[in-house]
Design a protein around this ligand. Structure first.
Ligand SMILES: [Ca+2]
Ligand SMILES: [Ca+2]
Ligand SMILES: [Ca+2]
Length: 404
């Protein structure tokens, strides 16, 4: 173990005691703690990893006034059984030492590793304010395609993970259950994130593209920016090596990303303020573990929403360009029936299907007339997705909400 120089931003360790009298007056008293060890870094754990073991590299720092010679580290994953590491050395105040904890096995999913210094120089370490923790996610088995996620549950789906290094406002699930709107999606609240340049990543469930020759990522986006001077950026990035290298496959900002006029009011999209995006990711076919992340670059603009992420095993580009094939559903939300039409195509002879939020096909029909409708009175209230296929290839899709 090699002791390191004092940290640049080390703050002295004080116990802080507050005396309050009916909220009117208070008095502060400080005193230095003799024996206080802390954790000033947990390294070597990627936020998103494929390995099912971790070997934490931990920086222990002396935050007390006495030379630190012994410390007990209590560490555990999530709410698991604590394990202990007994450190010995000689650290003057604000000096650090790096130790490597024994390897630990971890299951797939999101976890928190917590490391507490419970004893310093043979006494109880009362200052828990300098303990440490780190969040990480272990990638599970890949999902096959076609894959669809409509965020109908009021939390992030299994296998999704948010990387938010500064702990500020970040990607979350968003639910708006209003009379005319049922919106259940994910959101990046740029509006309340005032750290320009801050990057927050939403990792989606990893995907198996090993058995397909074409692949297309699609998602619905709703966004507007704040003003001429404050806007944000969304990138979509793909990795086939567990996050070591990333390709940018989508990158839009400001007017290119916006689906509504700029506003200085906290943006919540209306049902007409969405756009469906498609990205050809066929260059990643043949890989069994494709990781995709939505990379939000903050410019203190306005909010971004994403819904209905899908990966299909065809691109549909040999039909006609997707822009010419906007599928229109009305009314939407619907209660008894929904009319289906295209902006620019006679779709007689094609197939129309409706999937529920669990990805189950609940309706299927051949289109026999240029005016077609889907009866929805038997569908429970909720979010659906309508697909129109031709010769097995999807060429248009749109979200549908049933509400009554
Ligand atoms: Ca401490
Ligand atoms: Ca949704
Ligand atoms: Ca952040």
């Amino acid at each position: 173990m090699i002791a390191q120089q004092p940290s640049k931003n080390a703050f002295p360790s004080y116990e802080y005691i507050l005396f309050g009298h009916h909220g009117k007056s208070c008095q502060h008293m400080f005193f230095l703690i003799d024996n206080d060890g802390g954790i000033s870094g947990i390294n070597s754990i990627p936020g998103f990893q494929c390995n099912t073991t971790i070997s934490p590299s931990v920086v222990i720092e002396n935050f007390g006034s006495d030379v630190l010679t012994t410390a007990t580290l209590q560490y555990f994953i999530d709410e698991g059984t604590p394990e202990y590491y007994y450190w010995q050395g000689a650290l003057p105040p604000y000096w650090m030492d790096t130790i490597v904890l024994p390897q630990m096995s971890v299951s797939e999913g999101s976890h928190t590793l917590s490391i507490l210094v419970t004893e310093a120089n043979g006494t109880v370490d009362f200052n828990g304010g300098n303990n440490g923790s780190v969040q990480f996610n272990v990638v599970g088995s890949s999902e096959p395609v076609p894959y669809a996620e409509s965020f109908s549950q009021p939390f992030l789906p299994t296998g999704f993970f948010v990387e938010n290094s500064n702990g500020g406002p970040s990607w979350d699930h968003f639910l708006l259950d209003g009379y005319f709107t049922l919106l259940s999606c994910v959101r990046m609240p740029f509006y309340i994130n005032d750290v320009s340049g801050d990057i927050d990543d939403l990792y989606m469930r990893n995907i198996d593209l090993s058995n397909v020759s074409q692949a297309q990522l699609s998602f619905d986006v709703a966004y507007t920016y704040y003003s001429e001077y404050y806007w944000d950026e969304l990138k979509v990035m793909v990795s086939t090596d567990c996050g070591n290298n990333w390709d940018v496959v989508y990158d839009k900002q400001k007017d290119d990303l916006a689906t509504a006029p700029a506003t200085d009011v906290f943006f919540v999209p209306g049902s007409a303020q969405w756009r469906n995006e498609t990205v050809d990711i066929s260059q990643y076919t043949g890989n069994s573990n494709v990781i995709i992340k939505f990379d939000a670059v903050n410019g203190h603009g306005n909010n971004l929403y994403i819904d209905n992420i899908a990966i299909d095993n065809n691109t549909g580009i040999d039909e006609v360009s997707s822009k010419e094939n906007v599928l229109m559903l009305y009314p939407n939300p619907a209660s008894t029936f929904v009319n289906v039409s295209f902006s620019n195509m006679n779709f007689v002879g094609n197939e129309i299907s409706v999937f529920n939020s669990l990805g189950q096909k609940i309706y299927f029909s051949k289109i026999s007339s240029s005016h077609t409708m889907i009866p929805v009175e038997q569908f429970p209230s909720g979010a659906y997705r309508v697909y129109v296929n031709s010769n097995g290839a999807q060429f248009s899709t749109a979200p549908l909400v049933v509400f009554r």
